[in-house]
Design a binder for this molecule. Structure first.
Ligand SMILES: CC(C)(COP(=O)(O)OP(=O)(O)OC[C@H]1O[C@@H](n2cnc3c(N)ncnc32)[C@H](O)[C@@H]1OP(=O)(O)O)[C@@H](O)C(=O)NCCC(=O)NCCS
Length: 154
């Protein structure tokens, strides 16, 4: 039986040696990517950064986990590897880490037009709690962000 792609993926903590490949995926994925410096600062300031690899880097997540409110700040999968469950694995991992650290809630923002990301977050129980008007730059100006929250306290 053929191996599923997701079974060949290894998710580990991001290390300084990963920064170049992370930045390459970031640049290839967005019209307005984060700078290399922002990603580096997240890593060196102990944000919760994880990378997915098979023979090379294929995606990453950058989050800030704390005992009250946690945030998913950046979740990006290489375009050739989307739709195979890697984004889901990252969200699942961050939820588990947040539970371990006693977080009450996880927050994130998604572009109103990003239907794939919105479906992903809704699948994991994130609920829309508001709108940030003109939050993101886009090619024709700006667009709104939907703010999502997942409650971890029942
Ligand atoms: C959004 C993103 C992280 C999702 O990662 P992914 O690995 O492709 O997602 P998965 O394969 O785990 O799919 C997760 C869910 O998204 C939805 N989805 C995935 N691909 C989809 C597609 N082509 N069309 C519609 N929905 C889709 C489905 O609900 C899917 O869950 P299901 O397979 O159980 O139905 C990825 O597409 C990406 O990096 N996009 C560009 C950057 C980005 O937009 N990041 C998010 C910023 S908020």
């Amino acid at each position: 039986m053929a191996a599923r792609l997701i079974d060949t993926i290894n998710i580990t903590k991001m290390l300084p040696d990963d920064l170049l490949s992370v930045y390459q995926i970031e640049k290839d994925s967005y019209d307005f990517p984060w700078s290399e410096k922002i990603i580096e600062d997240c890593l060196f300031n102990n944000y919760d950064c994880f990378i997915a690899k098979n023979s090379r880097a294929v995606g990453y997540v950058i989050a800030k986990i704390s005992s009250l409110d946690s945030h998913i700040l950046n979740l990006t999968i290489d375009a050739n590897y989307r739709g195979y469950g890697i984004g889901s694995s990252f969200v699942d991992l961050i939820i588990k880490e947040c539970r371990l650290q006693g977080s009450h809630s996880i927050f994130l923002e998604a572009r109103v037009t990003n239907s794939v990301a919105r479906k992903l977050y809704q699948k994991y129980g994130f609920r829309s709690i508001g709108l940030r008007k003109n939050y993101y730059k886009n090619k024709s100006g700006r667009e709104d962000a939907i703010v999502y929250r997942k409650n971890l306290i029942y």
